[in-house]
Design a protein around this ligand. Structure first.
Ligand SMILES: [Zn+2]
Ligand SMILES: [Zn+2]
Length: 390
């Protein structure tokens, strides 16, 4: 019954996605987007709250029977990328593009809200539809939590999905435990003492210190952390020195640290500092390390992931549901999953036969819109499995 409901709404869902795609907005600036969402949810008769975490919107659907509260989440933000697709729904905003699929996530969630609203007499408990700003690096989830998105009514569990162009349409990817990594960032300033390059004994070379530090940080990854607990330390920028014949007095490095294990993640800044301190001081220099914790690892609950597998078997068939390895990319769905049990899963959206193969965050990124139907059916089935089976 729910599947027919979604099939009947498919055309409207594709229209919603194309409208969002045509009018992308960056993190915490999703005002047009939020307006459309709030209006849509209100027309369905849901209890709507706006401006949570700046541009976030929630809609509450109350079933006719009492029960638990399930949160379903979509992210709303686009990316600072100039679109190069030649399609009718191409972005009209120069330099901004939905190049991660969040336009599809919103269209899916609005459609699920409509389909479940029509079936509210059969629904136990409540569904909180959460439209979250600023997933890309800015941590919109954290801001929404600070502003009470998990309260009133208290959320018992949460599901979220991501459309994935690397996975063919019609496939579902799940993983129990950590599915995506944490991501922290750091800025390291190394100071030496300038001098004439002909007389290196008179200076302290900040570039030479930096070279040792960068190499030693990779040793930290390979020799201090178990090889079966993945960690990535990446130095992404390095700036220092002004002239070929001058000993550089300052070098600034910026980088990121990713891990799947929380305990390991928490141990990294201390380990880095010990190594940086030893090398810098040992070579006669000094340093400043600024280390900022970003997104935690996204950790899926085993029971909730079991429901994703069940729903996947119902929607695409058991042989199209498979376990994906964790990725070292990160995702702010993690903040909700620190507070409530839930599962974050992948919905295939690529289609090599149609030439839809571009990676996310690429100016030619696109999705096979049939994936929207799969995503919407998945969330409806999950709501049924979670809420109507006490
Ligand atoms: Zn993205
Ligand atoms: Zn994304």
């Amino acid at each position: 019954m729910i599947d027919e409901q979604i099939a009947a709404l498919a055309e409207e869902m594709i229209g919603l996605r194309r409208d969002f795609h045509r009018h992308p907005e960056l993190g915490f600036s999703e005002t047009r987007t939020a307006g459309i969402i709030a209006r849509y949810l209100r027309q369905l008769g849901l209890e709507v709250r706006e401006n949570i975490g700046s541009t976030g919107v929630t809609g509450l659907l109350k079933g006719e029977m009492p029960g638990k509260t399930l949160m379903l989440r979509a992210d709303m933000d686009a990316l600072p990328i100039q679109e190069h697709n030649e399609v009718a729904y191409r972005s009209v905003t120069p330099g901004v593009m939905h190049a991660c699929g969040h336009d599809g996530h919103m269209a899916i969630l609005l459609t699920v809200a409509k389909a479940l609203s029509a079936l509210r007499t059969n629904l136990a408990g409540q569904v909180k539809f959460v439209f979250q700003p600023a997933e890309e690096n800015l941590g919109g989830a954290r801001v929404m939590i600070d502003e009470g998105v998990l309260d009133e009514p208290r959320v018992d569990a949460a599901f979220g999905l991501h459309l994935i162009s690397m996975l063919p349409v019609g496939y579902i990817g799940w993983h129990s435990g950590p599915i995506m990594a944490s991501m922290d960032s750091f800025t390291l300033t190394i100071r030496g003492r300038g001098g004439h390059s002909a007389m290196p004994e008179g200076g302290v070379d900040a570039i030479l210190i930096s070279a040792q530090v960068i190499t030693a940080l990779q040793g930290l990854v390979t020799h201090e952390i178990s090889p079966v607990s993945p960690v990535v330390i990446n130095v992404g920028t390095i700036r220092g020195g002004n002239a070929a014949n001058v000993i550089a007095d300052t070098v600034v490095l910026e980088g990121t640290v990713r891990a799947l294990d929380v305990t390991v993640q928490q141990s990294i800044p201390g380990r880095m500092e010990r190594i940086i301190d030893g090398i810098s001081r040992g070579m006669g220099g000094s340093y400043e390390l600024s280390y900022v914790s970003g997104y935690p690892a996204t950790i899926n609950d085993a029971g909730m992931t079991g429901l994703v597998r069940l729903a996947g078997a119902e929607v695409v068939g058991e042989d199209h549901v498979f376990e994906v390895p964790p990725t070292m990319a990160s995702e702010d769905m993690s903040f909700y999953l620190q507070k409530v049990p839930g599962s974050y899963f992948f919905v295939g959206a690529g289609n090599p036969e149609k030439g839809i193969t571009q990676p996310h965050h690429n100016s030619l990124f696109d999705i096979d819109e049939q994936a929207l139907v799969v995503g919407a059916r998945m969330l409806c089935h999950l709501a049924g499995l979670y809420l109507n089976n006490p």
